[in-house]
Design a protein around this ligand. Structure first.
Ligand SMILES: Cc1cc2nc3c(=O)[nH]c(=O)nc-3n(C[C@H](O)[C@H](O)[C@H](O)COP(=O)(O)OP(=O)(O)OC[C@H]3O[C@@H](n4cnc5c(N)ncnc54)[C@H](O)[C@@H]3O)c2cc1C
Length: 360
């Protein structure tokens, strides 16, 4: 079950308890043994590298956790893609959304139930995300931008790169095949028994079938972000400032070193990338666990007026790129793999060579 109140020690305990064999066997089932770590990874609280290293320290060889390692590397692969595609993917938030998404009325029971669970918990299983995206993009033929923003809005693990790249992947990114799903597959992985739905067809029939009318309707909706009040900031002007963002809430960042620490919530940023109240609460809960951290709501120029001369430091992220800031590298499982790769398969081949080479 998804828990939104875990601290760093709890996350390590999840990694220590992870049964990588059971994970590989069950991860595709909606009640399978997945980790629910993604909100903590996306918010920068724990990294893929820390998780992988911890598993290796438990004596698990990379080959024996290949399925799990691949999933962690999917994440790193998408993060690299996000770095190179930022100009193309960093788009305005639109205000027309498929009605079936917003009202959980696709007519596929497991998916509608998944949307309701998402709204309650901020989490949706990977397979349900794929089903949902396939219905919206391939059956209903909506463009990906607005539905992707809607999903991002509700996810605690909302991630610019993983989310955008996954929607594009389902849509058949760069000439690849589109991802189609039928009712039989959904019934198998969600333990449901629905029949006679618009997906109750063979994979040959699906692309030829007419779009059900109820999937085509749009609704107008403003995705609002409710930010907290800014604190009255109290800085030591002689010290550097570590700037935390919704993508970096690392509780161990320069731990025990003396810095000003500020969580920067930019209203302009949230106009492009709105987040639900649940996600904002999740960010604040984790930020306020960082000792000495103050919350600043405003734009960079305003922060600069409060602290005009101190050096500002951030962890690298493509959505937060400003000239005057000093950037530190994020964690990667294979840091030498940089830039864009033609496919995950290509990335995996290179990554596994580096990883298995290290293991010998
Ligand atoms: C349409 C769509 C939208 C998505 N949007 C997001 C998003 O905004 N943020 C996000 O973090 N993930 C996103 N994903 C990827 C994936 O669904 C989630 O990372 C996964 O469901 C997280 O659950 P978990 O931590 O229990 O995963 P586990 O199965 O326990 O996997 C462990 C970790 O591996 C990584 N991982 C697992 N599956 C994938 C995957 N398919 N792609 C990339 N990384 C993966 C995640 O970091 C995850 O925490 C999306 C997938 C789809 C199909």
């Amino acid at each position: 079950m998804m828990r939104a109140d875990l601290n760093y020690e709890d996350l390590l305990a999840i990694v220590d308890d992870l049964d990588v064999v059971k994970y590989a066997r069950t991860r595709n089932f909606i009640d399978g043994s997945v980790t629910y770590l993604s909100p903590y990874i996306s918010r920068g609280i724990i990294s893929t590298k820390q998780i992988y290293t911890r598993l290796r320290q438990r004596g698990i060889a990379a080959k024996d956790m290949e399925m799990f390692l691949k999933e962690l590397l999917w994440r790193d692969y998408f993060q690299r893609l996000g770095q190179t595609r930022v100009a193309e993917w960093n788009t305005e938030c639109l205000d027309h959304f498929p009605e079936c998404l917003v009202n959980a009325t696709t007519g596929i029971k497991a998916v509608d139930e998944g949307i309701s669970v998402l709204r309650e918990t901020g989490y949706m299983h990977n397979h349900l995300r794929m089903y949902l995206a396939s219905i919206i993009l391939n059956v209903a033929k909506h463009p990906y931008n607005a539905p992707a923003k809607w999903l991002y809005y509700h996810l605690l693990d909302a991630d610019f790169a993983s989310n955008t790249a996954s929607w594009l992947w389902v849509n058949g990114y760069r000439g690849k095949k589109k991802y189609w799903v039928n009712q039989e597959n959904i019934n198998h992985y969600t333990n449901s028994k629905q029949s006679n739905s618009f997906l109750d067809k063979s994979y040959e029939e699906l692309p030829e079938a007419p779009t059900p009318k109820h999937l085509e309707r749009l609704v107008d909706l403003q995705l609002e972000t409710n930010l907290p009040e800014s604190e009255v900031l109290n800085f030591d002007q002689t010290k550097e400032v570590l700037i935390y963002t919704p993508y970096n809430l690392d509780p161990n960042w320069h731990l025990d070193e003396s810095f000003n620490r500020v969580l920067w919530l930019s209203p302009n940023y949230f106009k492009h990338w709105p987040m639900s109240d649940k996600t904002i609460q999740f960010i604040l809960l984790n930020a306020l666990r960082i000792k000495g951290l103050q919350v600043f709501v405003g734009e960079l120029e305003e922060l600069r007026q409060i602290i005009p001369t101190a050096k500002l430091r951030m962890k690298e992220h493509p959505l937060f790129h400003f000239k005057e800031i000093v950037y530190e590298e994020r964690d990667w499982i294979v840091p030498s793999l940089q830039g864009e790769f033609p496919s995950f398969f290509n990335y995996w081949n290179k990554a596994s060579k580096a990883i298995y080479g290290d293991e010998k």
